[in-house]
Design a protein around this ligand. Structure first.
Ligand code: FE2
Ligand code: FE2
Length: 315
């Protein structure tokens, strides 16, 4: 049994050859990933890094090569959960790696079963008494997400098998809506379509203390608070897009539960952040989020002050 662990959550890097950083050698996302990796390497007590998908953008070989080259500099154990951008079957990107090809190249641990959509789920012991369960929310040919019945049944079995352990669940798509916008237009695709069904399974297992997700490109923290137990939902904004975030999370076992301390970091300098902010304002999602205020989406992605820091003990 361990009494504490510290890890980083990095998501939605979106390595792209098209985005310029102003530096001749690197795209913006690549610069941001290098900054993040350098910081994480400096944290001597960091146990591992959790990467929850969309590490690539259009899943070209060039993007993959850049990602793997920077990942090689990360001197910490890491775990990977695939996102909808990690592989494409799209006639507009004929040279793109297919989803299962990209996932196998990013993480050679995921070869059996072949990680086609809905198949890249796994469960690993982080240390005695702490289990990390990854779900595969990807669906074919769409950026929306869902968890099929086979995975729900498997999750139920895993949660039961590890009911004496502290369990962390990782997904690309968040399981819960982040706001009323998630019922509007295409913005529902930011959320796992049957997330409430998955959360109902987790509700039966109070030892699942945390669900960690990306995909929404938004910093968001919320507490599921029930009689006798709590579960923290952690959604982290994109590293490779505004606000260029990643998090460090410390867990400590206490008599009354698990103490959780979360910090949010920004990988960008002022010029990079400005560039990312301009791109966020000009995006189609920003128009969809609030047609009257292009900056509203970027502000939402930043998160409220209470989405950036958490200090508390989960019963
Ligand atoms: Fe993304
Ligand atoms: Fe995504």
């Amino acid at each position: 049994m361990i009494d504490s662990l510290r890890f980083a959550h990095v998501t939605d890097i979106h390595i792209s050859e098209r985005d310029t950083s102003g530096k001749p050698s690197d795209s913006l996302a690549a610069c941001l990933m290098r900054e993040c990796v350098a910081h994480l390497n400096d944290l001597s007590d960091l146990d591992f890094v959790l990467i929850t998908g969309d590490v690539l953008d259009v899943a070209s070989i060039a993007e993959l090569d850049t990602f793997l080259e920077i990942l090689e500099d990360l001197h910490k154990p890491w775990h990977f959960v695939p996102g909808n951008h990690d592989g494409f079957i799209d006639p507009r990107h004929p040279g793109a790696l297919k989803p299962h090809e990209a996932v196998m190249r990013v993480d050679p641990r995921m070869t059996k079963p072949v990680p086609v959509v809905q198949q890249a789920f796994w469960s690993r012991q982080l240390s005695p008494g702490v289990q990390l369960i990854a779900l595969d929310t990807r669906i074919a040919d769409d950026w929306a997400g869902e968890i099929g019945q086979a995975q729900i049944d498997w999750l139920r079995g895993q949660s039961e098998a590890h009911q004496e352990d502290m369990v962390i669940v990782a997904t690309h798509h968040p399981l819960h809506p982040l706001g009323p916008h998630n019922t509007r237009g295409i913005l529902h695709k930011f959320i796992c379509a049957n997330g409430c069904e998955v959360e109902a399974v987790l509700d039966c297992h109070p030892n699942v203390k945390m669900v960690i997700s990306g995909h929404h490109h938004t910093n968001h923290l919320s507490l599921v608070d029930n009689d006798g137990w709590q579960r923290l939902r952690v959604v982290t904004a994109a590293l490779g897009a505004y606000p260029c975030s990643y998090r460090t999370i410390r867990l400590e076992r206490q008599v009354s539960g698990w103490r959780v301390d979360i910090q949010t970091h920004c990988a960008a300098d002022e010029a990079m952040l400005q560039m990312a902010h301009e791109r966020a304002k000009a995006s189609g999602i920003a128009r969809e989020f609030d047609p009257d205020s292009p900056a509203a989406w970027a502000a939402f992605c930043e998160g409220r002050p209470e989405d950036l820091v958490f200090h508390g003990c989960l019963r």
